[in-house]
Write a protein that binds this ligand. Structure first.
Ligand SMILES: CC(C)(COP(=O)(O)OP(=O)(O)OC[C@H]1O[C@@H](n2cnc3c(N)ncnc32)[C@H](O)[C@@H]1OP(=O)(O)O)[C@@H](O)C(=O)NCCC(=O)NCCS
Length: 228
């Protein structure tokens, strides 16, 4: 995706944007994407100091701080922008929207991968703080002012401090749903799947050794949910 595509994407998503020229000359959300492309290129080619200089310059001009190491997918729409901070190991999928004052930051407790990973088509409302190496699933919406400290699945809306899931596939999440006695995860099947995956990882190097039966039961429950 080139710069013109970035500009067209912003124009398409912002009803207030009248012309492409307006987007390219006046929008901080566009300017910082141009800036980040250069900073990220320098970062990947080992020019860390220069990369940081470019990104600091972008921050002064737009109020948006994106570390040169952050991975940003195509179609990102940054609306307003001021006060956004995106950390070094953050990853953002395709076609996401981020409003002002959002932080994709670390908790201070993690090393290495320490910032969030955001899926595709995710909306992050103004002022939200997403902290730690958490994962946000595709098509999820995070309400303005939320603080997200745990993984969020696909297709949900989360709100609050700390954020909890308030909508799943557009439907209200009721506490009584938690008492559903019909959809109890099949732990035996999850355990067998876990053993099978770990064996494959050992024998063929496919998949991950780290998945627990609990995680697999969660995946199976999510797949079942999606099938409905
Ligand atoms: C969350 C949001 C994306 C709407 O998503 P949605 O899936 O349509 O969710 P709904 O509007 O149906 O709201 C779901 C529930 O979350 C609550 N909610 C919505 N936004 C909330 C917020 N920011 N904080 C706390 N609760 C919120 C609603 O009251 C509703 O509660 P209920 O279940 O008791 O009725 C939207 O409210 C939002 O916050 N968008 C961000 C927009 C933004 O940052 N704008 C800045 C422009 S300058």
């Amino acid at each position: 995706m080139g710069l013109m595509d970035d500009a067209r994407n912003i124009q398409r998503k912002d009803p207030a944007a009248r012309t492409l020229a307006e987007v390219m000359l006046l929008y901080p959300g566009f300017k910082i994407l141009v800036n980040h492309r250069l900073a990220n290129w320098l970062y990947r080619h080992g020019r860390r100091f220069l990369a940081r200089w470019v990104s600091e310059r972008g921050k002064r001009r737009t109020g948006i701080e994106i570390h040169p190491g952050a991975k940003i997918g195509p179609g990102l729409f940054i609306d307003h922008g001021s006060g956004i901070v995106i950390g070094e190991t953050a990853e953002i999928g395709e076609n996401c929207t981020i409003y002002h004052q959002v932080t994709l930051g670390g908790t201070g407790k993690d090393t290495g991968k320490r910032h969030p990973t955001i899926g595709n088509n995710v909306l992050i409302g103004a002022g939200s703080k997403l902290l730690g190496p958490i994962t946000v699933g595709d098509n999820t919406r995070i309400a303005a002012g939320s603080v997200v400290l745990r993984d969020l699945p696909e297709n949900v809306t989360a709100a609050g401090v700390p954020a909890v899931v308030v909508r799943r596939n557009g439907a209200r999440v009721r506490p009584s749903d938690d008492l559903n006695q019909l959809d109890i995860p099949d732990l035996l099947s999850a355990k067998l799947t876990s053993i099978e995956r770990r064996l494959s990882a050992l024998e063929f190097g496919e998949g991950s050794l780290a998945e627990t039966p609990g995680e697999i039961a969660g995946q199976q429950a999510a797949e079942e949910e999606n099938r409905r």
